[in-house]
Design a binder for this molecule. Structure first.
Ligand SMILES: [Zn+2]
Length: 433
């Protein structure tokens, strides 16, 4: 069986639209009645005014900043974002707070089950099956992704091994000891485990991982390929967030990501105006409406994730809409010397062309009136001086071509730069301070 839910995953396009619209109407009325945020936001509007994806534009986007404001009122700690009776809340989660004060997210048992079911689609699509013993190399806490991964694995029928309370070496030993053949991690931590295994004299390919599901950071195709080469395994990506849930995942065709329809209504809007839906192949901002989660109603949530809109057909037979690639976050896009710059472009260049570079960091500073952009790259100092110089020149040229910016390149010995388990912070804009 190729599909987690053969009926839902192969619906004709019109059926998806119809089902999503009817779910949307229900969610609209529910949110208006139960959440203080939407009582205000949807005042004077009726759900039935929305008859197509295009009509959605009549409803203003939901921004994280206004959610923070609504969270400050009673009932503590969820405030006006709560969609259910507080006594029905069974778990507390929160956002990482990378972009400001964290948002507290309530789950009732019912909303949690809905969330897990959506995640099962992602896991199953990535080929995870009951034969997989899946290692989760993290200690769990208030962040939702670990728990989703854990419970969805169980529901799909995999054997889940929680890998908390161990350091990276300990985790490598555990993978070998219990012969885990699946893993779920951030791309950064996947690379770090491979690096650590090599330092222990273990080839990462010999760890026996067959399938890896990544999340937490935008993963350029070159990083995915590098992980596949290191582990000799299949690597899949997915995208989501604490507030809207995980809403798209990669199937075995590895050609973009399927939106989990009809669980989510997803718009990909022009990033300047946030009005017009972009065309296939264009970059836009993902705006997500989860259609069945009542503890924390969200309508047209601006994820600030930049994605390339994909085509609507796939060799796997699924009929849902697709995104081609995650480009980054609108927060990450900066102007450097007047040029629009995305750190993900640098990652793509480094991972694709420079196998010798283990870790890197980008720093932008202002010196006088000039922006200076520096790449610090870790390279083994035992390489001959001439090779290091060659890598430096090559990096300089490739980055100039890819970004139209002249980088100052500094070579560092291995271990000089920080390592991250969750969201990596490889881009530092010191001009903001
Ligand atoms: Zn597919």
């Amino acid at each position: 069986m190729n599909y987690w839910n053969p009926y839902l995953e192969t619906l004709p396009r019109e059926a998806y639209d119809q089902i999503e619209l009817s779910y949307f109407w229900r969610m609209f009325s529910f949110a208006k009645e139960h959440s203080a945020l939407y009582r205000d936001k949807l005042k004077g509007m009726e759900g039935k005014e929305i008859r197509s994806l295009d009509d959605l534009k009549k409803i203003p986007l939901t921004e994280k900043e206004e959610m923070r404001k609504y969270q400050e009122v009673e009932p503590f700690p969820y405030g006006g974002l709560l969609g259910s009776d507080i006594e029905k809340v069974t778990t507390f989660r929160q956002t990482s707070g990378t972009t400001g004060k964290p948002i507290y997210v309530p789950e009732t048992y019912e909303s949690w089950q809905w969330r897990i079911e959506a995640w099962c689609h992602i896991l199953y699509m990535a080929g995870f099956r009951p034969r997989h013993r899946v290692f989760l190399p993290f200690g769990y806490n208030v962040y939702v992704a670990f728990w989703e991964a854990h419970f969805a694995s169980e529901k799909v029928g995999c054997e889940l091994v929680p890998g908390g309370a161990l350091d990276t070496k300990g985790r490598i030993h555990k993978i070998l000891e219990i012969r885990a053949n699946g893993m779920m991690n951030t791309p950064t931590y996947g690379l770090h485990i491979a690096e650590e295994a090599k330092s222990m004299g273990i080839d990462p390919a010999s760890l026996g991982i067959e399938r890896m599901l990544c999340a937490g950071e935008p993963m350029p195709p070159a990083t995915r390929k590098r992980l596949e080469e290191l582990y000799q395994c299949h690597v899949f990506d997915h995208i989501g967030g604490t507030e809207p849930c995980a809403w798209a995942g990669m199937c075995e065709a590895k050609d973009g990501m399927h939106i989990i329809e009809p669980f989510f209504m997803v718009e990909i809007l022009d990033r300047e105006t946030l009005q017009k839906e972009v065309d296939e192949g264009e970059i836009g901002v993902a705006v997500v409406t989860p259609l069945g989660r009542r503890s924390f109603p969200l309508i047209r949530f601006n994820t600030k994730d930049l994605v390339i809109k994909g085509k609507n057909s796939c060799s796997c037979g699924r009929t849902s809409r697709k995104i081609k690639e995650v480009v980054g976050r609108t927060d990450d896009l900066r102007k450097v010397r007047g040029v629009l710059f995305s750190p993900k472009t640098v990652e793509e260049v480094v991972r694709k062309e420079f196998q010798e570079v283990e870790e890197f960091e980008i720093v932008v500073e202002r010196r006088g009136l000039m922006d200076v952009i520096t790449l610090r790259a870790e390279v083994n100092p035992q390489l001959p001086v001439s090779s290091i110089e060659q890598i430096k020149t090559h990096l300089h040229e490739s980055l100039k071509i890819a970004t139209n910016l002249t980088f100052h390149i500094i070579m560092e010995p291995p271990g000089s730069l920080p390592r991250y388990m969750l969201k990596a912070k490889r881009f530092k804009d010191l001009r903001d301070i």
